[in-house]
Write a protein that binds this ligand. Structure first.
Ligand code: PEP
Length: 247
């Protein structure tokens, strides 16, 4: 069976003291985890978190990455910078980046390409809004978002991590049912299969109000290979319960 992957997205949360306490708990509690575990932390804390995770199996991740390798792009973070701090994963195309920073499908595809070319594994997020779901457009939207990434990345698509995050479930406490999530994961898997012979190896994570209570049911679905966890990744007990559900 494929090893599951649980990724915490701290978003714009944390402090030196809070990070230390959270990671002390996680490194102790996840020491024998049978699944992959990563935390995507704000850039100013990469150095601190790199040191705190040095002797742990938990991977360090970023929450975004530039589509450019270097140059006059004020405020951007290049994949080369991520690599210098041991950052293994970068979330790309999170709905909050698409919504608040105007990231288009093409920008998300270019960021994915730049990350892959520079040895950072992108966690590419796709997902529909509530209005799109209610209009019966879920399939059309997630397929369009993924198609742009496949188009720009060709056979390298097998090296991404994909995350299905229905926007209406992010931070709202409304989780997709396991059946709703599986239905979308299955169609994303089919789209990946049409593009790559290695599609079954691509982890497809579910994200959207995953918590200690619902994780096991979501993770038992055949095409759900892990979770991208926001709010619950900030509490040691909750995040460890999700990690335990992924064993
Ligand atoms: C996220 O930000 O990717 C996320 C899934 O958040 P939450 O778990 O809080 O819904």
């Amino acid at each position: 069976m494929k090893k599951k992957l649980i990724v915490g997205n701290w978003k714009m949360n944390g402090s030196l003291a809070a990070n230390q306490a959270l990671l002390d708990g996680l490194t102790a509690g996840a020491a024998t985890a049978a699944c992959g575990v990563a935390v995507c932390v704000p850039a100013p804390y990469w150095s601190q978190v790199q040191a705190l995770l040095a002797s742990s199996a938990i991977f360090l991740g970023a929450q975004d990455v530039s589509q450019h390798a270097s140059g006059a792009y004020t405020g951007e973070l290049s994949p080369g910078m991520l690599k210098e701090f041991g950052v293994r994963y970068a979330i790309v195309g999170h709905s909050e980046r698409r919504q608040y920073h105007g990231e288009t499908d093409e920008v998300v595809a270019a960021k994915t390409q730049c990350a892959l070319a520079n040895g950072v594994t992108p966690i590419v997020c796709v997902g529909e809004t509530l209005a799109e779901r209610e209009a019966g457009k879920t399939e059309e939207v997630v397929k369009r978002q993924l198609a742009a990434v496949i188009h720009a990345n060709g056979h390298c698509i097998s090296e991404i991590v994909l995350a299905y995050e229905p926007v209406w479930a992010i931070g709202t406490g409304k989780t997709a049912t396991p059946e709703q999530a599986q239905q979308v994961h299955a169609l994303l898997r089919a789209q990946l299969r049409a593009a790559s012979n290695h599609a079954d190896l691509i982890p497809i994570l579910y994200g959207g109000s995953m918590n200690a209570a619902n994780a096991a049911n979501l993770l038992s679905q055949v095409d759900i290979d892990g979770g991208l966890v926001g709010g619950a990744s900030l509490k040691v007990a909750d995040f460890l319960a999700i990690v335990a559900a992924a064993q």
